[in-house]
Design a protein around this ligand. Structure first.
Ligand code: ZN
Length: 423
């Protein structure tokens, strides 16, 4: 297995929650010499310097300051998101029902719910601890399977194979134990992992996830199967290309948003001040003129990277036959007349040129004209900042399933194209 793919599998396995994905991004940036900047303190930046910020413990922006003046050269930006659809625990809904310990969940984003049923599930997230030292947050990842959301037997639900809608309140609570116990076993697991007292845990933000490791499948291992390819695979590709960047002429920026799956309207989502503030502050570190910020934006470009829908032989009718992307045939340029994707003729051509420079194939996707189109952070950021933007992404099956499948060649192709971009 090549190093890039092994690294992708490690990244996927370590990203058991949005918080853990963010931690991994930050630790890789630190290892590559990027310095953390606190948004609450004044920036002091050097040309060629590598820096990153993190907002609300999740969203990260990393950048390498270009050698050319920003007003003349602008920013080369690539953006993705680090959140995936999942089930969030409702901590006050942990209860014993006839000896069965259950926990209610909220649905985060739009998962294919049936794929979460009858699977071993673990939990990960963030915990607030209040002790003698004060209040602090800790990250927890239980790692082992400890929960399951079982179906009713077919004998009790004979129509299930005709299509079944799970009631999110009453049929999704996760079962944690059938052993009589006192107290709250989740709190005791967390306390053991962190090394604190159960009584010190004051708040939790925990999500269920699939602890089965990411793996290669197919006769020659040409596909990857994992939770969260959307959009951790694009995040990994941008991060890998940015880390490989050495003294670029134009300032290279990787943006890893949170909360795309729930509409992006949060302080760490795409529909926030996060990127605008950072870019403006970057300009003001070089020049006191606000005019230079606007000039820089006019010379900037955004690649919005999010997964695409690969041809699925069992659902042929779902694709426009002239715009069907295939796995392992290169990154997909996404186009939409109603600008659900931000690509334009010019921005698409720029991405095609990057693929040609990198000597990698590319494909184009347009949704069937009789079907509604998905969207990405691309149109939001393009509109906020007036950026020339292209929407691209690698093709996968079963987007928003607990297991998504993609092609391993596409991953290397996209990293090569992004490396040509960040120069
Ligand atoms: Zn996505």
């Amino acid at each position: 297995m090549n190093i890039q793919i092994q690294d992708l599998l490690n990244f996927l396995d370590g990203s058991s929650s949005r918080f853990h994905a963010s931690l991994q991004i930050r630790s890789r940036l630190e290892a590559a010499g990027f310095k953390y900047l606190d948004e609450a303190e004044a920036f002091n930046l050097k040309k060629g310097g590598k820096y990153y910020i993190c907002r609300q413990d999740t969203a990260v922006i990393a950048f390498v300051v270009g050698l050319d003046p920003l007003a003349k050269s602008g920013f080369n930006i690539a953006a993705s998101h680090i959140d995936s659809p999942s089930l969030k625990l409702k901590p006050q809904s942990i209860k014993v029902d006839h000896g069965t310990l259950t926990c209610g969940v909220e649905v985060y984003g739009g998962p294919i719910i049936s794929t979460w049923i009858d699977r071993e599930l673990s939990m990960a997230g963030k915990v607030l601890i209040q002790d003698k030292k004060g209040c602090r947050s800790e990250y927890v990842d239980i790692k082992t399977p400890l929960a399951i959301i079982p179906n009713a037997a077919i004998h009790l639900n004979r129509e299930i194979n005709k299509g079944f809608e799970y009631n999110k309140q009453s049929q999704l609570p996760a079962i944690l134990s059938v052993k009589e116990s006192s107290g709250n076993p989740i709190w005791s697991l967390i306390a053991t992992q962190i090394g604190c007292k159960e009584s010190d845990i004051v708040e939790v933000e925990l999500y269920l996830y699939d602890p089965q490791p990411a793996s290669l499948i197919g006769i020659e291992g040409e596909m990857v199967s994992s939770q969260g390819l959307d959009n951790l695979a694009m995040t990994h590709a941008i991060l890998s290309a940015l880390i490989a960047t050495k003294k670029p002429r134009q300032t290279a920026v990787g943006v890893f948003y949170d909360h795309e799956e729930i509409g992006s309207q949060t302080p760490q989502g795409a529909n926030s001040s996060l990127l605008t503030e950072l870019l403006e502050r970057l300009c003001l570190c070089q020049s006191s003129s606000r005019e230079d910020f606007y000039l820089a934006l006019r010379h900037s470009f955004l690649i919005s990277a999010d997964m695409a829908h690969a041809y699925h032989p069992s659902y042929k009718e779902k694709y426009d036959p002239d715009y069907t992307p295939y796995m392992n045939k290169g990154p997909v340029i996404k186009l939409n007349a109603n600008h659900r994707y931000a690509s334009t003729t010019e921005s698409a051509l720029r991405f095609v040129q990057l693929c040609k420079e990198a000597k990698v194939p590319y494909q184009k996707f347009i949704i069937r004209s009789d079907m509604p189109c998905g969207s990405t952070v691309g149109p939001i950021v393009a509109a906020q900042l007036g950026l020339n933007t292209v929407d691209i992404g690698n093709a996968i099956w079963a987007m928003h399933s607990i297991r998504e499948t993609g092609g391993i060649l596409d991953h290397g192709y996209l990293i090569s194209a992004l490396e040509k971009y960040f120069v």
